[in-house]
Design a protein around this ligand. Structure first.
Ligand SMILES: NC(=O)c1ccc[n+]([C@@H]2O[C@H](COP(=O)([O-])OP(=O)(O)OC[C@H]3O[C@@H](n4cnc5c(N)ncnc54)[C@H](O)[C@@H]3O)[C@@H](O)[C@H]2O)c1
Length: 246
């Protein structure tokens, strides 16, 4: 068990990659804090984890609302007295080509995907500094390295979270804290629901493995990066694409 007794907060963990990460972390022995705007999803994931014998708690947290983050962090510290891992996984898409993109589409995606990562990390960093240990993991994307048609807002947010980990690696490395980003290719989750089928097929054809990733294949990378096995990986943006970009 590579994460035995580590306290891990995972945002956006009611669905998709976040849910798979919660399941993987629990299997690796972590105490899992499930956070999402979706109350029913939080309840479902926590119930499944607890039924499987895990130590898990859930909170309705909106990463754009600092009061909900602060309440969750206070409750986690009260219950577990430490925070070992933060997975900044919550994210949304609101796609449009630049010439059609509204200010609201731009602002909302930046608010959740970029400022939300800042908000959550800011809320835990003092605790990690006091412990002299911690791991911060950000959900970037292949789009955060190469850009993508129709995703100015999303690409900017995902480039931005790589900027965070490179900066935090420099600022926090000497305080025992590692920060890394994961850049998945296309993963079979509800976030792709609005993507046209022909675009998904085109993506699959570009991948040498000829398929999308499963959420568990991204969760495994988060588990490795959260574990002490990754003790010298800091400030990295790890592509997990099945070879999409080759
Ligand atoms: N699926 C992909 O192809 C893919 C590829 C690269 C990166 N990612 C990134 O992985 C992360 C997870 O995506 P997913 O594919 O599992 O999507 P998903 O839609 O299945 O899950 C995202 C979760 O985030 C939650 N969420 C949305 N806004 C929130 C907010 N303001 N506060 C808290 N929670 C909020 C949603 O309720 C949902 O449960 C995202 O950051 C996404 O950008 C996904």
């Amino acid at each position: 068990m590579r994460l035995k007794d580590k306290v891990a907060i995972i945002t956006g963990s009611a669905s998709g990659i976040g849910e798979a990460t919660a399941i993987k972390f629990a299997a690796e022995g972590a105490k899992v804090v499930v956070c999402d705007v979706n109350q029913a999803g939080v309840d479902k994931v926590v119930a499944a984890l607890v039924a499987g014998g895990a130590d898990a708690v859930g909170f309705v947290v909106d990463v754009t609302k600092t009061d909900t983050i602060a309440a969750m962090v206070a409750a986690v510290k009260e219950k577990y007295n430490r925070i070992d891992v933060l997975v900044n996984n919550a994210g949304i898409v609101m796609d449009a080509q630049l010439f059609k993109m509204s200010e609201d589409q731009f602002d909302r995606v930046i608010d959740v995907n970029l400022k939300g990562v800042y908000n959550c990390t800011k809320a835990v960093v003092d605790t990690m500094i006091a412990q002299n240990s911690g791991v911060i993991l950000n959900a970037s994307s292949v789009v955060g390295v190469y850009g993508n048609f129709g995703q100015s807002n999303y690409a900017a947010s995902k480039f931005g979270v790589i900027g965070f980990v490179k900066t935090w690696a420099k600022e926090l490395g000497k305080k025992g804290i590692r920060a890394n980003a994961v850049c998945p290719g296309f993963v079979a989750t509800p976030i792709l629901n609005d993507m046209p089928e022909k675009v998904i097929q085109a993506m699959e054809e570009k991948v040498p493995m000829r398929r999308l990733a499963q959420p568990s294949e991204i969760a495994s990378v988060y588990a490795f990066l959260a574990s002490d096995e990754a003790s010298y990986i800091n400030g990295a943006a790890i592509e997990v694409t099945g070879g999409l970009t080759l």
